[in-house]
Design a binder for this molecule. Structure first.
Ligand code: SF4
Length: 308
């Protein structure tokens, strides 16, 4: 599901920059971001329910464009409300319309598929178990309107231990789309061994995994001397990308913007790899790349080498 990023290899300066094959926004967030920017360009304004993307810079850009973040539907008095890519509980559409709000729904189609599959599972008499973070907006979207007796949310095997499988012997497992299934295999297995009948829904979105695989490939490239990972200060997936890179390429650095770069990182560097977390806009990546080029004085660097 990650967007098919064009690999960018920039050999114009004294230093070669190479981006990971996949990086940055997933398709759902990219469409949501574009939609809001297009509305702003048309002279419209409104509010976004929850952050469109967990990135302070993007949030403040959107405020400048006339789209502030609302933390609850009740905060939005009039005008336009944007539902983000992670979706909302279905009742929010009705509530917004009852209040006369104009809804711009950027919910990712893949998230809508999960809503639909969960609905069908409940109709078939299965108990829904969502593997995910109960405080994440996507999971709130799936669960808020359900009868609490119809579902559970589990993030750890301890959470699974608290589920009453005597009352709910037949379950269907759903994942929060952004999770890496391999990391939660123990949670899924714990559910399967505790339930009488368990089936898994294929709800993992591969956008995150594809960004991670591309970061791994970038770090394994012998031509790359060091890697800069760009992302929001509180972005867990950016930190994870950095850890993946650092495992193979110790000279991997996590930055939240161009101000965090240090010239000494690039001493003796001929090729710098660049990747970015799922909440990082292209403009921020380009800004960091420009700063890397300016920090690497041509006199101190060997001639660039083409990176395949
Ligand atoms: S499912 Fe989630 S992670 Fe995947 S493209 Fe949609 S919003 Fe992005």
């Amino acid at each position: 599901m990650a967007r098919d990023a064009v690999q960018v290899t920039d050999t114009a300066g004294p230093l070669t920059l190479k981006r990971a094959e996949k990086y940055g926004f997933c398709a759902g967030v990219r469409i949501a971001d574009r939609t809001v920017r297009r509305l702003a360009a048309e002279g419209r304004s409104g509010q976004i329910l929850g952050q469109l993307v967990h990135n302070e810079r993007v949030v403040s850009d959107l405020v400048q464009l006339g789209f502030a973040t609302a933390s609850s539907l009740d905060e939005v008095g009039t005008g336009t409300i944007v539902f983000s890519a992670h979706g909302v509980p279905p009742s929010f559409h009705r509530r917004a319309l009852e209040r006369g709000l104009l809804v711009v729904d950027t919910t990712c189609p893949f998230v809508y598929d999960v809503h639909e599959e969960a609905r069908q599972a409940l109709e078939a008499g299965l108990h829904a178990v969502f593997i995910g973070d109960s405080a994440h907006r996507e999971v709130i979207g799936y669960t808020r309107d359900l009868d609490p007796d119809d579902y559970d949310v589990a993030l750890t095997t301890e959470d699974v231990g608290r589920i009453d499988f005597d009352r709910h012997p037949r379950v269907k497992i759903f994942y929060q789309t952004t999770l890496n299934s391999e990391e939660y295999e123990d949670v899924a297995r714990a559910i399967e061994s505790a339930a009488q009948h368990a089936e898994r829904a294929d709800t993992i979105c591969y956008a995150t995994k594809e960004n991670q695989d591309a970061a791994r490939a970038l770090a394994a490239d012998p031509v790359i001397d060091c890697i800069v990972v760009v992302g929001g200060r509180h972005s867990a997936n950016t930190k994870h990308l950095w850890e993946i890179c650092r495992d193979t390429k110790p000279r991997s650095y996590l930055v939240h913007g161009s101000d965090d770069l240090r010239a000494d990182w690039f001493t003796d560097c001929r090729a710098v790899g660049v990747t970015a977390g799922a909440s990082t806009p292209d403009a921020m990546i380009e800004e960091v790349e420009g700063a890397i080029r300016s920090l690497a004085p041509s006199g101190q660097l060997p001639a660039p080498e083409a990176v395949p």
